[in-house]
Write a protein that binds this ligand. Structure first.
Ligand code: HEC
Length: 157
């Protein structure tokens, strides 16, 4: 094995050269893991916050009941929003313009989701939740994940 020796003066130069080429972050979850551990739980929480439950006893309207519950909905909206950025990180992004367009659309819908939760606007949360869902399914339809992973649960429950 060939041994290379560098003078100590050369080391900082070599290091700075390689640092410039690398991103300062370390993607830990691969794309499906990011989806199942961060994106999906946060989106489910948001979708479940407002809606109607219809059963034998009639129809019940579900909405956050306290400032703490509203904060939890807002937090979920932030998680979904920032996850759009996480999807775009090098090392996990699919290198196609369509993918980036959907990821940016999630950040945009997410910002409206945050606003609706901060305004404690339950119909806003319901409507923006539908927009958010359309972004998830749009990207999934493009990348045919049901074909790739037949068992994957995508959105909702
Ligand atoms: C920018 C495109 C994009 C967006 C937006 C997106 N996804 Fe995904 N998602 C993918 C891709 C691609 C996969 C498949 C990854 C694979 O199997 O390699 C995936 C997989 C998944 C999976 C299956 C994970 C597994 O365990 O295999 C779930 C669940 C999921 N997404 C939920 C969501 C939800 C919920 C949203 C919206 C809030 C969302 N995704 C938005 C691209 C996207």
């Amino acid at each position: 094995m060939k041994t290379r020796r560098y003078h100590w003066l050369a080391v900082p130069i070599l290091l700075s050269g390689c640092m410039a080429a690398e991103e300062p972050y370390t993607p830990v979850a691969d794309l499906p893991t990011l989806m199942s551990t961060i994106v999906d739980p946060a989106a489910d929480f948001y979708w479940d916050a407002v809606g109607w439950i219809v059963d034998a006893n009639g129809t019940e309207f579900i909405r956050p009941q306290s400032p703490e519950e509203w904060n939890a909905v807002r937090n979920a909206a932030f998680q979904v929003t920032e996850s759009g950025n996480l999807m775009m990180m090098q090392g996990r992004a699919i290198d196609e313009e369509t993918y980036a367009t959907y990821a940016r659309a999630l950040v945009e819908a997410g910002q409206r989701a945050i606003e609706a939760a901060e305004a404690r606007d339950e119909m806003g949360v319901f409507d923006v939740g539908a927009d958010m869902y359309a972004v998830c399914t749009g990207c999934h339809a493009t990348y045919a994940i049901e074909t790739i992973r037949p068992g994957a649960r995508i959105g909702g429950d």
